[in-house]
Design a protein around this ligand. Structure first.
Ligand code: SF4
Length: 204
């Protein structure tokens, strides 16, 4: 945890207030910057370098999440990357705030659940304790799939870490979803793609 009086921060790559492509139901999705795993064919190459992007206070991110809940009636939040578990000290606070607000928490990690548990890091374990759904494992280009919802390659596993969701929920059996979103704020058009393993095309 941060020292007394310090406000924890997150290095944010992208935040989407409401998406239906990154987990069950409408969700607030947050991509963090930086991943050391560098899977060939990763669909988020611009999110991999450990460089400063949008450095934000955790309480500001939580406020934005609660605003999304009020405005869009989101069911939960999804934490993606980059690699969320490398910013677990901050994300465990976001996840705990989500749970306290009645929201579900879904995490996408390139590390397997077994690797994360073996690591034994208190912040990662606390993040997992607040996680309902975990998609784990590297993206393996040779096992790429677009048929399993929320899954990029067949080696990856969707873990149910709480009883909030059940595997027979029809939403998990649907095909993958593609969302295109055009952002026109600040006068600079940008295209973002959610929910589909497309190399290098998350933002344009
Ligand atoms: S696919 Fe995921 S784990 Fe692999 S390099 Fe990209 S962000 Fe990292």
């Amino acid at each position: 945890m941060s020292k007394a009086g310090e406000r924890e921060t997150l290095n944010v790559a992208l935040a989407v207030p409401c998406t239906e492509a990154e987990g069950p139901g409408p969700r607030y999705a947050l991509w963090v910057q930086g991943c050391a795993l560098r899977c060939p064919g990763c669909c988020n190459p611009e999110f991999l370098p450990f460089q400063q992007r949008d450095r934000r206070f955790v309480d500001d991110v939580v406020a934005e999440m609660l605003q999304a809940q009020a405005q869009h009636h989101i069911e939960g939040i999804s934490l993606l990357g980059g690699e969320p578990t490398r910013q677990a000290r901050a994300l465990r606070q976001v996840a705990a705030a989500a749970r306290a607000a009645g929201l579900s928490v879904m995490v996408f990690s390139g590390y397997t659940l077994a690797e994360l548990q073996a690591e034994g890091d208190d912040d990662v374990l606390a993040l997992l304790a607040c996680t309902d759904l975990l998609v784990d494992g590297r993206y393996e280009e040779g096992e790429r799939t677009t048929r399993r919802r929320y899954i990029g390659s067949d080696n990856q596993v969707l873990h149910f870490l709480s009883d909030r969701y059940q595997a027979d929920d029809a939403r998990f059996a649907e095909g993958n979803t593609l969302e295109l979103r055009v952002l026109i704020d600040k006068g600079t058009g940008a295209l973002t793609i959610n929910g589909w393993p497309v190399h290098g095309a998350r933002t344009r």
